[in-house]
Design a protein around this ligand. Structure first.
Ligand code: FES
Length: 142
């Protein structure tokens, strides 16, 4: 268990230090070799947890919740709105590499459904207009 916890932390460190917020294969292989981990086991861990990505991602990662409370609060419509304004589908990154759009399980913000997080910042009570306003604040930082 201690080794597994250590592996999770190491994967976090690799991903957090990567400018494309993912786990480059060569770095994962290097980690496995260095610590004597079975590569298939490491791959199993990195693909099991949704917080890890094996694909390069954008500067900002949008995670919009699709679980029960958010679903009941019309998150599906908001997901479609987000795809339309970003011109990408869920799981993709905008052409300029600025946003990646992902789905999320419950973010623990059911009381303010529908909800999302952008990087580590939570947003609730979402509407299409509110999403437009929120994304505009990020684009100002471009
Ligand atoms: S179901 Fe969406 S935050 Fe809980």
């Amino acid at each position: 268990m201690e080794e597994k916890k250590h592996l999770l932390e190491q994967l976090h460190e690799i991903q957090n230090n990567d400018d494309k917020h993912y786990l480059p294969k060569e770095k994962v292989v290097e980690l496995a070799k260095k610590h004597g981990y079975d590569l298939a086991q490491v791959y199993g861990v990195e693909t099991f947890y949704t917080m890890y990505s094996t694909k390069p991602r954008g500067k900002h990662i949008i995670r919009i919740c699709e679980n029960q409370s958010c679903h009941m609060a019309n998150s599906k419509k908001l997901i479609r709105h987000m795809e339309a304004i970003l011109n990408i589908s869920v799981g993709e990154t905008t052409e300029d590499g600025f946003f990646t759009l992902e789905l999320s399980s419950c973010l623990g913000m059911c009381s303010v459904s529908p909800a999302m997080m952008i990087d580590e910042v939570p947003y609730g009570n979402l509407t299409e207009d509110r999403i437009d306003e929120i994304l505009a604040t990020y684009k100002e930082d471009k």
